[in-house]
Design a protein around this ligand. Structure first.
Ligand code: AMP
Ligand code: MG
Length: 329
C-alpha cells in the first residue's frame, strides 16, 4: 500500500521516471552550445531545474552583453557622457567590483574596461576583421583602458562613472563563468545535487556522476576535436579554458585573436591556451583570461589564491601548477 501511495505521489510530482539515468539538455546561449547534465533526479524535476537554470543564464548574459540589439545598463554606461553617474543593476555592480579586484590582483592582465579595444578588434561583433586595426586606432582605444578610467560614485549605491571618452566596459572575459554560476545556483534551488553545466568547455560540476566523478576533457589548442588532457571532478569544481583558437583571423601568416593584453592593446602572445580550476566559474573564467595574458608567471598569483592552472605556451609546451598535475589524468 505504501509503495502504491508513494508511486502515485511520485507520478503526481514528477511523472515518475527512474532517477538513476542522466537527464541531458542543450541550449544555444552566449554564442555557444550549453549542455546541462543532471544525475540522480527524476526527469520532470531535472527538466524544471534546467529550464530555470537556462533562463537565469540567458538573463545574466543579456544584462552583461555589449553586442546585439538588447538594451542594458552596461551599454548605457558605455554610451554615457564621461564623468556623469550611471546606475548599474546591483548584480552588475557587484560583478564589476569582483572584476576590478581581479584586475588589481592580476596586475592589470585582466581588465573589465577594455571594451573599446574589444569593439575595435571586433572578434565578438557581427562583422569580422581580416586585418588588424592600425597602431593609431589601438593607441586611441587603449587610452580608455585601465583601473583609473572607471570610478564608483560616492552615492547612490551601484552608481559608476567612466572618466574617459574611450572607456567601455566589457564583461566578455568573466560573463560566461558568472552565467554558469547563476545556472548552478538555479539547479541547486530546484533540489539538484549532481549536475554539470558545460558551456563549450567552460564548466562547473556539482556532486558526482553516479558511482563515478564527472569526467571532462580539455581541448587541444592546435588539434581541433582532440583532447589535451582529462580531469575527474567531484564536489563543486569549475574549470574554464581560454584559447587563441576560439576567435581569430590570420593575416600575413600571423594569428590575431580575441584575448588582448591590456598593457598594449594587442592580442596576448604568451599562450595558445590556458585552463584554470577554481571554486566558482566566475573566478575560473576571469583568471583563465588573466593567466592567458600572463603566461606561466601567473602561476604564483593563482596558487596564492588556491587555484590551479595549466598553460600551453606560445611554443606549444605544457606547464602546470603542482595541484593541476595531481588532478590530471
Ligand atoms: P575568455 O574567452 O574568457 O578568455 O574571454 C575573452 C573575452 O574577454 C574577449 O572576447 C573580450 O571580450 C574579453 N577580453 C579580452 N582580453 C581581456 C582581458 N585581458 N581582460 C578582460 N577581458 C578580456
Ligand atoms: Mg575568461
Amino acid at each position: 500500500m505504501r509503495i502504491v501511495l508513494s508511486l502515485v505521489f511520485c507520478l503526481l510530482l514528477f511523472g515518475c521516471s527512474p532517477a538513476t539515468e542522466d537527464v541531458r539538455e542543450s541550449r544555444f546561449m552566449m554564442g555557444t552550445l550549453v549542455e546541462f547534465t543532471i544525475h540522480g533526479a527524476p526527469r520532470e524535476q531535472a527538466m524544471q531545474a534546467i529550464k530555470a537554470a537556462s533562463e537565469a543564464m540567458q538573463q545574466a548574459a543579456d544584462t552583461l552583453t555589449i553586442y546585439g540589439d538588447i538594451e542594458n545598463e552596461v551599454k548605457a554606461f558605455n554610451a554615457s557622457t564621461p564623468d556623469s553617474p550611471v546606475l548599474l543593476p546591483e548584480a552588475v555592480s557587484a560583478l564589476l567590483d569582483q572584476a576590478r579586484d581581479i584586475e588589481r590582483k592580476s596586475h592589470g592582465a585582466f581588465s573589465p574596461s577594455l571594451g573599446g579595444l574589444s569593439l575595435l578588434w571586433g572578434f565578438s561583433g557581427e562583422s569580422q576583421r581580416n586585418q588588424p586595426p592600425t597602431a593609431n586606432e589601438i593607441r586611441e582605444a587603449l587610452a580608455g583602458t585601465g583601473p583609473e578610467r572607471i570610478r564608483r560614485a560616492d552615492a547612490p549605491p551601484h552608481t559608476w562613472l567612466r572618466l574617459h571618452p574611450q572607456t567601455k566596459l566589457d564583461f566578455g572575459g568573466i560573463g560566461k563563468g558568472y552565467a554558469i554560476d547563476r545556472g548552478i545556483a538555479a539547479l541547486k534551488a530546484h533540489g539538484i545535487n549532481h549536475a554539470l553545466i558545460n558551456a563549450g568547455g567552460d564548466l562547473r560540476a556539482i556532486g558526482r556522476h553516479g558511482e563515478r566523478p564527472w569526467r571532462i576533457g580539455i581541448k587541444h589548442p592546435r588539434q581541433p576535436g582532440e583532447i589535451l588532457a582529462t580531469l575527474e571532478l567531484e564536489g563543486d569544481v569549475s574549470v574554464v579554458t581560454s584559447g587563441d583558437y576560439e576567435r581569430f583571423f590570420i593575416d600575413q601568416g600571423r594569428r590575431y585573436h580575441h584575448i588582448l593584453d591590456p598593457k598594449n592593446g594587442w592580442p596576448a602572445d604568451k599562450s595558445q591556451s590556458v585552463t584554470v580550476i577554481a571554486n566558482n566559474a566566475m573566478l575560473a573564467d576571469a583568471w583563465s583570461t588573466a593567466l592567458f595574458v600572463l603566461g606561466t608567471r601567473g602561476f604564483a598569483l593563482l596558487e596564492d589564491q588556491h587555484m590551479d592552472g595549466l598553460v600551453v605556451d606560445a611554443q606549444g609546451n605544457l606547464h602546470m601548477t603542482v595541484g593541476m598535475q595531481a588532478r590530471l589524468q
